[in-house]
Design a binder for this molecule. Structure first.
Ligand code: INI
Length: 173
């Protein structure tokens, strides 16, 4: 017998054969959502393509706010301030850290990853991590190319799904 969390009457994909899956369309639909996208300007040639991918996925959202920061290190601070001061349903953080580009690759990449997850935990606002951490420019170009594998698009879709999930939890009797 599959136990549902108390107070939740929605179904979400699990390993159980008793549960229904949510329609992928409803999970990917940003209608009615207010989303903020925080974009690092460092490696702008790459992050601008991540932003394009995210914007395509967010077409149809009620509101999309785009906020630029100098580099990936600054993403968590801006994300936390946005989450605390404006009513966003989710935040997408976009950046690009290339190993060859800096001797402190690990510090910047780790600060961005831990900072975003910490900001999401501290504010309760879902945040998607669309920060490339690659060994080369070529890898970054590949992951930022237009199309379904664009990592900015993937991050935006994750944000939409988490925002929809949180709304469903909040609406549950
Ligand atoms: N910021 C990035 O987003 N990507 C990088 O590859 C990078 N490199 O190579 O140094 C980078 N540095 C800047 C950093 O994010 C901060 O903006 C800077 O340290 C000021 O706090």
């Amino acid at each position: 017998m599959m136990m549902k969390p108390k107070g939740c009457n929605f179904n979400y994909p699990t390993m159980s054969s008793e549960t229904q899956k949510w329609s992928p369309n409803s999970i990917n639909d940003p209608a009615g959502l207010r989303i903020a996208v925080v974009v690092a300007r460092f490696n702008e040639a790459i992050t601008s393509r991540l932003l394009e991918g995210a914007q395509k996925a967010l077409q149809g959202a009620a509101h999309v706010e785009i906020c630029y920061v100098p580099g990936a290190f600054e993403l968590p601070f801006a994300a936390k301030v946005l989450a605390g001061q404006m009513s966003f349903d989710a935040i997408v953080a976009l950046g690009c850290v290339i190993r060859g580009g800096t001797p402190h690759f690990e510090y910047i990449a780790a600060a961005a990853a831990h900072g975003i997850s910490g900001a999401a935990a501290a504010t309760g606002v879902p945040m998607a991590f669309g920060v490339l951490t690659t060994d080369s420019v070529e890898q970054a170009v590949e992951r930022a190319a237009a199309g379904p594998a664009n990592k900015g698009r993937e991050a935006a879709l994750a944000a939409i799904e988490m925002a929809a999930l949180f709304k469903a939890i909040e609406a549950a009797p």
